[in-house]
Design a protein around this ligand. Structure first.
Ligand code: NI
Length: 179
């Protein structure tokens, strides 16, 4: 089992634009397995490939209480969003310890490919809708703190940089790579 290193905000690699997946091969399956393990261990309800420095359009999500319903979205597109909005306190594995309110459409319909390259559509509401939009933002290089005020964002940035420096001192990144 491989636990991947999750990039931390404000790492510039989180701003890269993810490319569409073209090859549905063993490497992709392995990446999905590793991303799922990484997400469950964190623990989190969603992880985008961008967060583990793989800049392809791939997202894993599991919003179930038992954490046993993994959903994989490859090359996802939002094909419909509701006019009704929802305001949710979001968190992100790349911005540990920070939660803040973001407004987004309350419901979305997503079209994506599964691990076999087969298309499917899904209508999401509640936490899943929030999560799908949050993870798809990562693929566009957007971290949710971009939606907050510049004041809040700068405060978060300063805190993250300070924590990263502290982490680097006590647990160098090379040793944090695998668990
Ligand atoms: Ni995130």
């Amino acid at each position: 089992m491989t636990i991947l290193t999750i990039l931390r905000y404000p790492d510039k690699r989180l701003n890269k634009i993810a490319q569409p997946v073209k090859q549905f091969d063993a490497r992709l399956r392995q990446l999905v397995t590793d991303m799922a393990e990484t997400m469950y261990q964190a623990p989190g309800v969603g992880l985008a490939a961008s967060q583990v420095d793989e800049h392809i359009q791939l997202v894993v999500i599991d919003t179930s209480d038992a954490q046993n319903q993994l959903q994989v979205f490859i090359n996802p597109e939002i094909i419909w969003s509701s006019e009704e909005k929802t305001f949710y306190d979001e968190g992100c594995l790349s911005v540990p310890g920070i939660y803040d309110g973001v407004e987004r459409p309350a419901e979305v319909s997503v079209r994506a490919l599964d691990l076999d390259g087969q298309p499917f559509e899904l209508k999401a509401d509640g936490l899943l809708a929030v999560c799908v939009q949050h993870e798809m933002d990562h693929l566009k290089g957007i971290v949710f703190v971009e939606y907050l005020s510049p004041l809040k964002r700068n405060r978060i940035k300063t805190r993250m940089i300070k924590e990263e420096r502290e982490l680097e001192r006590t647990q160098p990144a090379a040793k944090r790579r695998r668990v």
